[in-house]
Design a protein around this ligand. Structure first.
Ligand code: UDP
Length: 341
């Protein structure tokens, strides 16, 4: 068992989601007592199935749009749909979850004196003119585009976090989480790695949006979770800190990396969704200097673990054919693209 410090009472909102469930598992392994909150809108109780009987885990089905009260030393506020498909599905709810959910978590931190980490996002940089993105870059964001519900919701949440810090002296951390991947992501989550792996394993063409030349930097989930905990426990910095892997790749390169491990697949080009950033890569100098953050899992190693997990889950699922997996909504048609076009 990894044990880093005295046993803490820790609340994780979004604890049944992709990152949340990995975080809960790591915190339990470190010897802490964890309350995982999730409304199961995009999270899945099955993500915690191995832990549901654990004496130090309490799972509460709860929507962070409603306040909650729990004793705690630490709060990781992760609750919010995070994939473009999910957060655009009910955009009004996404904004409210980000803003009201953060407000409720901050009120709990204020009442209990707990330290709070807000999961923010690289999306707050929008379609960046500055590359790679350091924390000081203020972003290039559409306030009314298809991604605004998430982007502006998360930007407002950062503002709330810093105001609770300045006005109410709440001890805060802000993690700007860049693209992450790994085992346990929902098969219909819609993000690029899970789509490509599922498509390759089910004999479907890999769906490349646009020309595939847009870039992302993919961080394996274990590295990212280490970053979240490292950031929470360092005591030198309360402002935003980038967390992600600084190796940038085109989406086409990512498709080829998947096909190297699952040969025989083909590519299918689809229109680029509205508001899709062209480039994204974190400057992680601050996280490196604060707590020695250094992602260590390569894309190929991470893909191998992800492929093994998806293969196992597809094998268990009935029916198994890809056509039964829900399709992404058409993100290329929007008021904005119609107006601009
Ligand atoms: N993408 C793609 N095919 C897919 C899913 C995503 O080409 O099946 C592209 C998407 O247009 C974006 C990038 O991959 O440019 C990353 O998308 P994702 O939804 O994973 O996250 P984002 O970084 O856009 O929030």
């Amino acid at each position: 068992m990894e044990r880093v410090m005295r046993s803490l009472q820790i609340v994780v909102t979004g604890g049944a989601g992709f990152l949340g469930s990995h975080l809960v598992r790591r915190l339990i392994a470190q010897g802490h007592a964890v309350v995982a909150l999730d409304n199961l809108q995009t999270g899945d109780r099955a993500n915690l199935s191995d832990l549901l009987d654990h004496p130090r885990l309490t799972f509460l089905e709860h929507d962070v749009l409603e306040p909650y009260d729990l004793p705690c030393d630490r709060i990781y506020n992760l609750a919010c749909p995070a994939s473009p498909r999910d957060y655009q599905h009910d955009p009004v709810r996404t904004t409210l979850t980000s803003v009201l959910g953060s407000h409720h978590a901050l009120e709990l931190a204020q009442r209990t004196g707990a330290r709070l980490l807000q999961a923010s996002t690289s999306e707050i940089y929008g379609d960046p003119e500055c590359h790679p993105q350091p924390e000081g870059y203020r972003g290039s964001v559409s306030p009314h585009g298809l991604r605004a519900c998430y982007t502006e919701g998360k930007r407002c949440a950062e503002s709330l976090v810093m105001d609770f810090h300045r006005v109410h002296r709440v001890d805060v951390r802000i993690a700007r989480v860049f693209n992450s991947f790994g085992p346990g992501m929902r098969l219909d989550d819609g993000r690029v790695v899970i789509n490509f792996v599922r498509q390759a394993l089910t004999g479907c063409p890999l769906t490349l949006y646009g020309d595939g030349q847009q870039t992302r930097s993919l961080c394996y989930v274990d590295d990212l979770i280490g970053g979240l905990i490292g950031l929470m426990e360092q005591t030198d910095h309360q402002g935003p800190v980038n967390l992600g892997n600084p190796i940038e790749r085109t989406i086409l390169q990512i498709a080829h990396a998947v096909l190297e491990q699952i040969p025989g697949g083909t590519l299918s080009y689809l229109p680029l969704p509205g508001d899709d950033p062209r480039r994204r890569c974190p400057d992680i100098s601050l996280a490196r200097s604060l707590f020695g953050f250094e992602p260590s899992v390569s894309l190929d190693e991470g893909l191998a673990a992800t492929i093994a997990d998806v293969r196992a889950r597809l094998g268990r699922a009935t029916p198994t054919d890809d056509s039964r997996i829900p399709r992404a909504p058409d993100r290329t048609t929007s008021l904005e693209t119609e107006q601009n076009g």
